[in-house]
Design a protein around this ligand. Sequence first.
Ligand code: FEO
Length: 393
Amino acid sequence: MEPIKLSERVYFLGVQDWDRELFDEIIPLPQGTSYNCYLIKGSEKVALIDTVDPKKEDIFLENIKELNLKIDLIISNHAEQDHSGAIPKVLSLYPEAKVVTNEKCKNFLRDLLLIPEDKFLTIKDGEELSLGDMTLKFFFTPWVHWPETMVTYLKEDKILFPCDFLASHIATGEIFSKGDDFIKSTAKRYYAEIMMPYRISIKKHLEIVKNLKIDMIAPSHGVIYTDPKFIINAYEDWVSDNLKNEVILAYVSMHGSIEKAVDFFERKLVNLGIPYKKFNVTRADIGEIAMALVDSATLIISTPVFLANPHPKISFILSFINDLRPKTRFAGIISSFSWGQRIEEQIKAQLNFCKLEYFPSIILKGYPKQRDFSSIENMVISIKEKHKEIGIL
Ligand code: FEO
């Protein structure tokens, strides 16, 4: 992709990665991703904002060469290698350039990419840096992925470069977007998988963004928002304490007992008019589960006993959910056993980071019987009551 102008002296130099299937070797990327970076041509200095994943650095360097400019500054908003990985290559081509970042990010970059100390220019929170007729201002936003993350604001053109924050994993031939349902769902998936554990920090940092005059938000993955309110409003909703009248049914069934119970649960939810999302965890897209966890009020985990533990596929998803720390309020456990009855405490221990109020668990001895179906019906009635109690029904 050739350099594209965001404004008179700001260029997009990013690279689309249409074929990437996984991020961090776990997050599915059904739309691929992109590594966005930008070049700002000030009257005195030329600055790059972030770089790209090293596996795409050749295309990126071709993009830089197209502009035939000398790079003076490399702004590093975040040390993760999908944005910083090409910095050493840029430094080898432009040895006079300095890497501009905060102290914490500098230390990460020194450890991760072995960049020498004398290559850095360290800035403080709120500091400004002049490029001549353009001014960059830096705001520290720790934990919009890692502890060192920051955003960069180009004052004159009112463009915010927030790196991972407000981004989305999507490779696209249309880099500018006003926002639509599809773009919102890619941003929600990204928020769910990457940002949700930091909801409280993000709430705070969103105020920094809201207090700036912004005409364009140019993240380091996915589309550039030409209507900043679109993504800011979406984030305000996701990071809020608002919950939806919705139930997540996440299950594994080995020989049909759990499946029978979950099918009955589903029928009762339909009878009571409670929306739900059902995931057979053995084949579900974990990104879809993460998206549901952004605002569903209730999570039901159903698993057979596998040897003496929850099914390993359920244990995996519990560990994933626990890391995401969703704002889900209520939870229920359904299990089926022939021997071994510690499932309830094992599941609760695996979700120890989540603040959940549990319904009484339903432990089936083998195939569900009449009393079990009654218990399921009661759990669904309790869900309805709880959702009413918190005002979402
Ligand atoms: Fe896109 Fe945290 O890296």
